[in-house]
Design a protein around this ligand. Sequence first.
Ligand code: UT7
Length: 305
Amino acid sequence: MTNTDLEKLVDTTDEWIQARTGIKERRVAADGQTTADLAEAAAIKAMAAAEVTPRDIDAIIVGTTTPDLVFPSTACLVQARLGCLGVCAMDVNAACSGFIYALGVADKFIRCGDAHRVLVIGSETLTRMINWDDRGTCVLFGDGAGAVVLEASEAPGILSTHLHANGDFADLLKADGGVSRGFEGHENGGVHVMMKGNEVFKVAVRTLGQIVDETLAANSMDKSDVDWLIPHQANMRIITATAKKLNMPMDHVIVTVDRHGNTSAGSVPLALDEAVRSGKIQRGEVLLLEAFGGGFTWGSALLRY
Ligand code: UT7
């Protein structure tokens, strides 16, 4: 779906969307295509890249805020399709930080010895809960999924993960309905993303700047030790601000927001996938992954590829 397509739905322009967000187009899942469908496709590609089969996987963790069903979890649905029955499978809901959270949980599973090989997926169909009359949100989001296989090894891999949340900000970015609270007042029973964009923007820039410092300090590293920034793809201006904080030249920042929009938990693994498959990222390089989203939640992962 292009910006021009959106001009037909709401009072907006391609120029405004590009200037304020960097987004040119976003993907929308086909009718009937679900978060589990996208997750399964990403999982199969990740396992092929890692040269493992579902039989080699001993846990599945899916970061998502748009599950197919309230339960079973999307992870259970994906597990059944892959056929690795019996292994641990769960969803992690941390909105746009979902993949970083899932990666953090998987890393801990491996470090404590409970799992040897974990399939970590970020998958979303955010467009299913967009109010297409709200120009402040409908131009921002897209659907997508990405996945990695995380494996125990002598040399990490993941150097550290840092996960945070502050529920005091719940009202600035939310999907305002649910099973427990009910769906009263929602048109067609639908839940919609609601955001005070400008306020979210300011906190996101400040918080992501702080997590850069926290991540480097935890690893006794300097900004110059990081080879690539793989940021959450919410807004080009937020990405640029974090890159500046890291003194990272933009040709070492992976950007997909122009083509994908904000795919929430899908965005970081999609960007990672593009960067790896295009050959940009080389073995041994240090990558900083970060995300910020509803909750608020935020987090980072520093890893050696
Ligand atoms: O991933 C989860 C975290 N989410 C984010 O990180 C998103 C953070 N927020 C943002 O990316 C930005 O705040 C937005 C892209 C959502 C909005 O950009 P902004 O520069 O903060 O714009 P604004 O909300 O301050 O609005 C400026 C003007 C307003 O008009 P007035 O009041 O100045 O007349 C809005 O009504 O832009 C108007 N506007 C639009 N105009 C054309 C808002 N949306 C649109 C639109 N097209 N789609």
